[in-house]
Structure formats: C-alpha cells, structure tokens
Ligand binder design. Structure first.
Ligand code: CP3
Length: 354
C-alpha cells in the first residue's frame, strides 16, 4: 500500500499535532461544480453515477483538482444500503430520494436481510478501490454510511419527510418492530463500513442527519444506541494505521458528551453551537469536525474569510480540529468562494499549531 503524502486529516481526527488545520467539505463533489454536473449528465442520473465506479471515482477527484483539500470522500449515498435490501431507490427529478417499496409494517421489516457488501454493494467497494489507486496517497479517503435511525426515516416514510409521522408512529406504537429494523441496520452498516475499510477507506463517518428530531430519551434509545453498536463493531486499524470513526448528529449539539462516551474518535458539529464551547464540554476525549454555516458561502469571499477565521479562533490553539461546514454545501455556491475558504483555513490556522 502506498504511503500518505498528506496525513493531516487522520492526525487531526486522532488529536495528534499538525502544521495547519485540515479541511474538507461535506458534499464537496456536488452540483455547485460545473464539472460534476457534466459527469452527472453523462451518467444519466444520480444513481447511474453512484453505481458506475469509474464515474464515481471521477467526481470524487474533481474537488481535489480545484482546491488543495486535505481529504477525499467516497462519492456515493447513504441510501445504497436500503437499495441493496430491495427497497428500490430512485431519485425523482428535483424531489430527492424515493423508495418504490418502503417498509411500513412488522411483516415487511421481519423480511429484511443484511446485504453482503461485496455482492449487492460491490459497485461501492469497486469505487473505493479505484479511488485509492487514483489518489496514489495524495490525501486520505473517507468512507461513510447513514446512521440506522436516519436510514430508517427514509425506509419507513418512503422518502424525505418533515415530521416522520409513520416512523414516529411506529416508535410509540410498536417499538419492538422499530428496534428490530434498527438492529438489522446497525449490523448492515457495520459490515458495509468494514468492507469499505477493507477496500481502502482510511477514516469513516456516520451521518445521523435526523437524530436531532428525537427527544433526549428517544435519541439514546433509537439512535445513539445503534451508533454505539457500529463504533464497537468497526475495524479500527488497517495497514498499520488507526482508522478514525466520526459521528455526526445534525441538531445533536446538546448530546455531545454522551456521543463522546461511545468511544468514537471525533464528532461532527453543525453550526448551531460555538465550537470553542463544544471543545470545553468534550475536553480531550474526541476531536471536533466543523462547523461553519454552509450559507456563509453565499457571502463575499471577504466575509467568507472572516467567518472562517472566527471558527478557527473559536476552536483556538492545539490539536483536534478538522475544519468543515456544519452540513453539506448548497448547489448554488460559487466555487471561487470555496477556494477562498480553503486558502484562508490553511494560511490562518498555522498560528494555532505550535
Ligand atoms: O460529501 C460528499 O461529497 C460525498 C457524497 C454524499 C452524497 N450524499 C452525494 C449526494 C454523501 C456523504 C451523502 C450523504 C447523504 N445522502 C445524507 C447524509 C448527509 C446529509 O446531507 O445530511 C443524506 C440524508 C442523503 C440522502 C440524500 N441523497 C438526499 C436527501 C439527497 C437529495 C439532496 C439534494 O440536495 O437534492 C441525495 C442526493 C445526493 N447525494 C446528491 C449528492 C451530490 C445530489 C444529487 C444530484 O446530483 O442531483
């Protein structure tokens, strides 16, 4: 295996010294890049892009050609697992993800099995292997999955939802069935992430986009408990290096301490908390990834630079910060503003690393 030329991301996620704060951007390969839109058009649609390893590799590399980012993230989607379980994922133009066969009762849920990642998700593993070859050690590759709770929202509702009416109905009326679903998903996610690591992913992140919709008690019982199983089951070392695990619950900043208790290496933060305050609360237990409001990128490059400096200063001196946005980059952002962001984080952060 080739050695890494830039290992800032892995070092920062493990709270080891770095020369400057690493940065990557959630959804860094996406519609704000004209070259992404061109490749996507070539693929026909979004799933066509995900299921074609050559094209998935091509779009993964695109943001790295433009900006000196410190990590690549596998181009795929969190909904590949339910698709592999047979739910029939499709993207209705301009409407987000949909399932042809949502699972809404005990019978459908009991029939679900754990997908074999090298079989029905083999296209993802092929993309990971191809991207690692293409990266040739330039920067590390991040693998990812959705959290069981977040995957369940799409699988039960049949697509995106504002209130999670069906899923929360199940949570209160038939918790045993929901626990069964979450258990199968935790097992599926663990084996999926382990296959990504075996194929070459060097860090992994669990996206719990909808955990923040739960009460504190229900967050622990229906989301965190299952992310704990994943943290416990994920391979933590590959090729003689630690594989950091990052947990991100959007809207979860009130629960950072219990999230850190899982034994994960780092927490992703959305922009609703001050990162310096978050650092004080979790102490030296985990690294922090985040957390500029993605909407800042609508402002002028000068304002973007100012806000980036504010986040860096708020984290302050010392180790354990990976710069990112608090959620995915919006499709209408001007790529030149992203260039200003990356440049500022690299230049301005040196003063915080002795
Ligand atoms: O970060 C990256 O660059 C890696 C790629 C990535 C995508 N989806 C590509 C994508 C990652 C990490 C995801 C995760 C994902 N997918 C999440 C969790 C993170 C989050 O954003 O909260 C969720 C909830 C999904 C489900 C999903 N996929 C939705 C709701 C949508 C529609 C969103 C939209 O803006 O239209 C997608 C589609 C999707 N996944 C796109 C991309 C680049 C846009 C599809 C397109 O090209 O039209």
């Amino acid at each position: 295996m080739n050695s890494l030329k830039n290992d800032r991301l892995l070092r920062a996620l493990l709270r080891q010294p770095v020369d400057r704060t690493p940065i990557w951007i959630m959804r860094q390969a996406g519609r704000y890049l004209p070259e992404y839109r061109a490749t996507r058009a070539k693929a026909g649609n979004f799933m066509g892009l995900c299921t074609n390893p050559e094209l998935a590799c091509e779009v993964t590399m695109q943001p790295l050609e433009r900006f000196p980012l410190d990590a690549a993230i596998l181009f795929s989607d969190i909904l590949t697992i339910p698709d592999a379980m047979g739910l029939g994922l499709y993207f209705a133009e301009g409407e987000g993800p949909r399932f042809e066969r949502p699972v809404q009762d005990a019978k459908a849920i009991k029939a679900l099995g754990v997908p074999d990642p090298e079989d029905s998700l083999g296209y993802v593993m092929d993309a990971v292997r191809l991207i690692r070859r293409e990266l040739d050690g330039r920067v590390p590759l991040i693998g990812f999955s959705g959290s069981p709770w977040t995957l369940a929202t799409y699988m039960v509702e049949g697509g995106s939802s504002k209130d999670f009416a069906l899923l929360k109905g199940m949570l209160f009326n038939d918790p045993a069935t929901l626990h069964h679903l979450l258990g199968v998903l935790a097992e599926s996610v663990t084996s999926y992430l382990n296959a990504q690591i075996a194929a070459g992913a060097q860090a992994v992140m669990v996206f719990d986009t909808w955990g923040g919709s739960l009460s504190p008690e229900n967050y622990r019982e229906f989301s965190l408990q299952y992310m704990q199983r994943i943290v416990d089951g994920v391979t933590r070392e590959a090729d003689g290096r630690k594989v950091p695990v990052v947990l991100f619950t959007k809207g979860g900043s009130q629960w950072l301490e219990t999230m850190a208790d899982t034994g994960c290496d780092a927490l992703g933060l959305d922009w609703t908390i001050n990162i310096g305050e978050a650092r004080q609360r979790v102490g030296s237990r985990v690294a922090l990834q985040g957390n500029m409001d993605p909407a800042v990128l609508y402002a002028s490059p000068e304002r973007v630079r100012e806000e980036a400096r504010r986040v860096l200063a708020s984290f302050g001196h010392g180790e354990g910060h990976v710069f990112n946005l608090g959620h995915g980059i919006h499709p209408k952002i001007n790529p030149e503003h992203v260039a200003a962001l990356v440049e500022t984080v690299h230049a301005d952060s040196q003063q915080y690393h002795a």
